[in-house]
Design a binder for this molecule. Structure first.
Ligand code: HEM
Length: 344
């Protein structure tokens, strides 16, 4: 697709392309099913559209200035609540279909033949259809919108910071004759750049938890049963107290130090300082997979192409939308140029 866009000078919405990629990818790994959203024709996908509407309208509930408004709309089944109900039912139908097909497929197989996560889940005794459907939906939400949001902002940031892009290219070049897993595993500069990009533009900008019992936070704050506590990676990633006076700068080096041989070494932060993947027992289960996938995409694209906004010269000013997962408002229109950076 990118080769075609480079030859034809087509403008692509990188956010859309990355979402399609991540959706196909998570469906294949989690359910052994390829929805083929990333065909060059960029097919209209009813499910993906319904999913988009459902996440957007659910996020808007949290922002409603007066809670009772959406509850009244839901009661009378009108306006945005009516659209949300339709979208949710389409999403559930799609997920249910995956579960039913998988159950049928497994009926005639030994438990070791299917390696996808849903098969393992169903084979381990979790056969309740509604429960398995919820699992399918949360995997799609976790896997589709997070890595695509992270990469969309990442490609914009490295365009704005050519010195970072050059350092990344140097690293890709060094590792390019290694097998795929080895290649991306040791890409510390790319890893640091992704962490830095998600510090400023976290794929999950805020997240809430409901106290099931009376509790006390480590700093002594009393939390009564039924209270909603929100943490905000977007705000935490921009705190001067944590990141210093240069917090607003995109600086992968803040995650790196040089070892004795002068090579970069990654220096992680604890997940409470950097809660982009959450922290504690419910920390993201897909973190390692997400980094592997993102590094592979970065290496795969930058080895062959340069990504530039379709409107260059600072004409493109992206806007961060904090839905359940982050979005770049209106998408990221880009052109791809074939790169000669690896020819020599
Ligand atoms: C850059 C990419 C990603 C980010 C920033 C991210 C972030 C998060 C966050 C903040 C949570 C906590 C949500 C909550 O409790 O409300 C979470 C949970 C989770 N994530 Fe990720 N995620 C990413 C990629 C992925 C991928 C690719 C997968 C695998 C498909 C995945 C699977 C999960 C699962 C299964 C949970 C639920 C864990 C639990 O509740 O015990 N994530 N993620």
């Amino acid at each position: 697709m990118l080769s075609g866009a480079a030859s034809d000078k087509t403008v692509l919405d990188l956010q859309d392309v990355l979402q399609r990629f991540a959706f196909d990818n998570v469906c294949k790994i989690a359910f052994g099913h390829d929805p083929a959203c990333l065909l060059p024709s960029l097919p209209q996908t009813e499910f993906a559209d319904a999913f988009e509407v459902a996440t957007q309208l659910s996020s808007e509930r949290f922002r409603a200035p007066i809670l009772i408004f959406w509850k009244i709309k839901r009661f009378f089944n009108v306006g945005s609540e009516k659209c949300l109900k339709i979208a949710i039912s389409r999403v559930r139908d799609f997920a249910k279909k995956i579960v039913r097909e998988k159950k049928q497929e497994l009926a005639g197989k030994s438990s070791l033949e299917s390696v996808d996560l849903l098969s393992r889940f169903l084979n381990s005794g979790h056969s309740d259809e509604d429960f398995a459907t919820d699992i399918v939906i949360s995997f799609i939400l976790s896997g589709r919108d997070t890595t695509s949001a992270a990469l969309t902002w990442f490609f914009w940031l490295i365009y704005k910071h050519p010195e970072v892009e050059n350092e990344i290219l140097k690293e890709i070049k060094e590792k390019s004759d290694m097998p795929v897993y080895e290649e991306v595993k040791d890409m510390v500069y790319v890893h640091a750049s992704l962490c830095e990009s998600m510090r400023l533009y976290p794929p999950v900008p805020t997240d809430g938890k409901l106290a099931m019992e009376d509790d006390v936070l480590p700093d002594g704050t009393v939390v009564k049963k039924g209270t909603l506590v929100t943490y905000a990676p977007y705000a935490t990633g921009r705190m001067e107290k944590i990141w210093g006076s240069d917090w607003s700068m995109f600086k992968p080096e803040r995650w790196l130090e040089r070892d004795e041989a002068g090579k970069w070494r990654f220096v992680g932060r604890d997940p409470y300082t950097y809660p982009v993947f959450q922290a504690g027992p419910r920390i993201c289960l897909g973190k390692e997979m997400a980094f592997l996938q993102m590094k592979r995409v970065v290496a795969g694209i930058l080895r062959r192409f340069k990504v530039v906004p379709a409107t260059e010269d600072d004409g493109f000013q992206p806007v961060f939308l904090a839905y359940l997962t982050a979005k770049m408002k209106g998408g990221f229109p880009i052109k791809v140029e074939r790169s000669s950076r690896f020819m020599d």
